[in-house]
Design a protein around this ligand. Structure first.
Ligand SMILES: [Zn+2]
Length: 376
């Protein structure tokens, strides 16, 4: 992770102490002769925390198969897709073929907090004619995707013994007031959906999540500090810088009107995602090829939809300007308890991917190490 380069980039996630230093792994397939279109197959290996394990039916990090479902944190989001990247190529190889174009297999981290893993591969210069990321998207193709911003709000108070509460100031109470103001910001951003294709028919396209709250030290002391960790989304076409400015202004304008916060202004820090959304323009050749492959694998037409969570595809759509396809298996409860992925769906989308690779990249016979072509 080249922190300087990432933070200089308009889509670079802001570093926090939790930022991963794990390596990003890129494997490259080079064909005998480069006749087809090149491709990036990408997946992320990081997962979100499991939450209290008592709320899981099975321990979150012990994968269990029951009927068609594989359970476990990260099973759907997105070890399944990561496996599909490998097995789609393996399926072609088993019938004696390999892609007739360069294929980059990218395994990244930081998808769940900054998007810096994907961005780092872009900054290192990896590019191709298209990218496919098999996130768990219920066998649909993502047409539009929001951007995501993470920020932290630190609120101070005046800590006193609770018997003199009137002379102190409660930082947790003050944080509640800030959250109230942020909810109004969220409501205003949702109203802006009017006239926005892919968003105006969604009931609540912009979600603010207060994901973590910490504060105070003792039940009988008025708390002198409180910290909120927040996440909000933005519509495609809006810059992350612009949205971040509006968030910071919203908090500081509110603080000026609040008798206590006016003299103790909260501190807003951007500490993760600083990502813009994207729209996949319809009609690309890559989408047509994926649609054909999906039709063959599933017997159904490929559907598209808007998704209101962060996706690494934005890096390729916005900065590489290549067709960025996000398409993967059926899942349930990702980021929740009892996360699970449908194994029959995983097989179907792997078939789609193998057929997509075959047509997009073209095929050539696998040459064995003894120089003979594999039996097809
Ligand atoms: Zn994911």
């Amino acid at each position: 992770m080249d922190r300087e380069a990432l933070e200089r980039h308009p889509g670079g996630g802001r570093f926090s102490v939790d930022h991963s230093t794990a390596p990003i792994v890129v494997a490259i397939h080079r064909p005998q002769s480069e006749v087809g279109r090149s491709l990036i197959l990408q997946a992320h290996v990081d997962v979100v925390p499991p939450g209290p394990s008592t709320m899981w039916t099975h321990p979150p990090f012990e994968p269990v198969v029951e009927g068609d479902w594989l359970y476990g944190r990260g099973g759907a989001d997105m070890k399944a897709g990561h496996a599909a990247n490998l097995f789609a190529l393996d399926a072609l190889r088993r019938v004696g073929f390999q892609p007739a174009a360069t294929v980059y297999m990218q395994s990244v981290v930081e998808e769940e907090s900054t998007g810096n893993g994907a961005l780092m591969t872009h900054l290192r210069g990896y590019s191709a004619d298209a990218v496919l990321i098999p996130e768990p998207e219920d066998e649909k193709l993502v047409r539009a995707n929001v951007g995501v911003i993470w920020f932290q709000v630190e609120v101070r108070g005046i800590p006193v013994h609770v018997r003199e509460m009137g002379s102190g100031a409660n930082a947790i109470d003050a944080a509640y007031r800030v959250v109230g103001e942020l909810r109004q910001l969220e409501a205003r951003w949702n109203e802006r959906k009017a006239g926005l294709e892919h968003f105006e028919n969604e009931e609540h396209p912009i979600n603010l999540n207060v994901g973590r709250i910490e504060g105070g030290d003792w039940a009988s002391s008025v708390p002198g500090w409180c910290r909120l960790e927040c996440r909000i989304s933005i519509y495609p076409g809006r810059s992350a810088d612009d949205a971040a400015r509006e968030i910071a202004n919203c908090v500081s304008d509110f603080a000026r009107r609040d008798p206590f916060l006016a003299n103790n202004p909260p501190i807003v820090t951007f500490n993760g995602f600083h990502a813009e959304g994207y729209v996949l323009p319809p009609g690309s050749e890559a989408e047509t090829v994926l649609g054909r492959a999906h039709q063959e694998a599933t017997g159904e037409a490929l559907r598209t939809f808007m998704t209101a969570g962060y996706l690494d595809t934005r890096v390729y759509a916005l900065y590489d300007r290549i067709p960025a396809l996000c398409y993967g298996p059926y899942s349930e409860n990702i980021h929740g308890f009892d996360e699970r992925v449908s194994l029959s769906s995983l097989e179907r989308i792997t078939v789609t991917m193998a057929l997509f690779i075959a047509e997009w990249c073209g095929l050539e016979p696998v040459v064995r190490s003894n120089g003979t072509e594999a039996d097809t």
